[in-house]
Ligand binder design. Sequence first.
Ligand code: ADP
Length: 739
Amino acid sequence: MDDDDVSARKGSFRKFLEHLSGAGKAIGVLTSGGDAQGMNAAVRAVVRMGIYVGAKVYFIYEGYQGMVDGGSNIVEANWESVSSILQVGGTIIGSARCKAFRTREGRLKAAGNLVQRGITNLCVIGGDGSLTGANIFRKEWSGLLKELAENGDIDREEVQKHAYLNVVGMVGSIDNDFCGTDMTIGTDSALHRIIEVVDAIMTTAQSHQRTFVLEVMGRHCGYLALVSALACGADWVFLPESPPEEGWQENMCVKLSENRARKKRLNIIIVAEGAIDTQNKPITSEQIKELVVTQLGYDTRVTILGHVQRGGTPSAFDRILASRMGVEAVVALLQATPETPACVVSLSGNQAVRLPLVECVQMTQDVQKAMDERRFKDAVRLRGRSFESNLNTYKRLAIKMPDDQIPKSNCNVAVINVGAPAAGMNAAVRSAVRVGISEGHKMFAIYDGFEGFAKGQIKEIGWADVGGWTGQGGSILGTKRTLPGKSLEAIAEQMRTHSINALLIIGGFETCDRIKQSASGTKRRVFIIETMGGYCGYLANMGGLAAGADAAYIFEEPFDIRDLQANVEHLTEKMKTTIQRGLVLRNESCSEHYTTDFIYHLYSEEGKGVFDCRKNVLGHMQQGGAPSPFDRNFGTKISARAMQWISTKLKEAQGKGKRFVTDDCICVLGISKRNLLFQPVAQLKKETDFEHRIPKEQWWLKLRPLMKILAKYKASYEVSDPGQLEHVHHRGHEEPAAI
Ligand code: ADP
């Protein structure tokens, strides 16, 4: 990275868009319907971004009920009213169901309460019911104001002044049941809860031979059931959108007993709360248990997860998602014109997007209608491409086709792990092996990276060999950091000996989300945490965003003594307020001389009498532990996709002789903006800073100012890449990056 790059980058952060002023505006924020982890992160972001742009922000307590009742339910928020809530589940401003808001009379009262306080911008965090309500309210707004004026409750001037209501929605729902958005706030945390339970069950149940029937939430949407089935390699899954075929009872029992015969000691069946059969009759957990017990005589237990799924701390993913959405919601409100429809803000892959609320609600209702009318193929399609691809991946990985039904490709494909072990690697290997087998290839596993490869540590690997791998941390194949450079000859020899036609390399992920540090509870203390990542500041930066850090020092954004001084002063000021806790993250290689020790000593000296410091080097625990649901599924999906790509390339090359290596035969698969993208290594070479082993362009650097704003620095938010209003159907042919 040269100096010009750096100053251009720093300069662009400072570029402040003046038209994004919230002066004279008032924003009301409420949470409504079922609560979800991460809602607080969204509330915090709305409040702080709102204050940052000069607007007034009001809490509306108890959802629409508070809006209808007014009085002390609508209170102006300040910076500190949202401190230390990022890691708290549920919603601090309360949520409720409100009958009155379903009536025009109730909404009339609500409008009166908003106008009284000059609130014409509304940020609603809730499910499809809440957002539908918000949309109706917006449409009626001018009529309601007229009526209030006729009743003498407000004067004509106020009607004019507050003529338009801007509405932006954020979907908070653990079910991920809202169409048009990839992930809703709370879904990832709910998956964490489910997977924790599955992992716990797996450890106890291994000692007995047992079948577990696990019921997860989702009355109308099978997302949680499907994705947790993918993340734990369940034997069977029941979803409302995709009921099992007639005769499923027999098929399921055959599958369970086959798995037992393969020495699998534990069977897991996941059932969505709203599971149905093709006649729309409910399929219950008890019914499934009865079936297994009577048909197979297995010891079978039912676990119904219930509200556990809404509980606990929000995951890093949900905190980041909700924070980004909260900031985006404020930007969308400030950019709204009378013509802009009410919209929903969301993320698609890495990118912020805005979608018309009405279209999303419509599509969500269409899914239900399709299910009611037993058009199940339509229901799956309407859920979106990523749901569909999850379902296909699940089917492919869970159920092995009989050998005689798989057309043989006569190709040998090897899988290898390289680089540091990362949570999710094993899930990726499992998926590659199984997809490879179902495409007719002979699959080989290489042990201990390129070093092992050169020594001939390579063996054929079968379907059952990778059973149960999804939930395991580290790398079961073994991985070494050694590059193949020195032993190319020996490796080529091994490729020849085993007639390897293609090689899938899994490595280089260093994005596990294991940064957890509880710093609240202690007063006047600053925690200085060192994260891993080599020169890549992703973990420090995203960890900072998820934990609400005051600073995150990274290599990509050089800092000097003045920055350190400014940070210390910022913390000293902060300690004078009611927020008496500081968190500073430092990426391991961010600076040669400003080491973690140096920063710790500097802060300790400068903070004397005001705060004390503790430091913590997170080290290898970041690579350890069981993989998160995100990493399991990301590993599974990306690897399945890579394997399909390899199959296509092998087919194309058939009959063209042995040499077919061109630039586009050596690709890296990853997320680029909102899609999964194969990029030829030759092209990536140009985009990589080899000295520091990082890409020259890093998408997440755009989130730096966001962290600073939310920590009360005077950083400027460059909206170079704000969400654009799109339509729900707008989806290209690319593979969506959503999990
Ligand atoms: P969710 O937002 O999680 O889907 P609900 O469907 O219970 O939860 O909706 C929450 C609240 O939103 C309701 O109690 C009601 O106050 C309001 N609401 C829902 N649907 C409508 C509607 N069609 N019109 C007006 N308000 C609605």
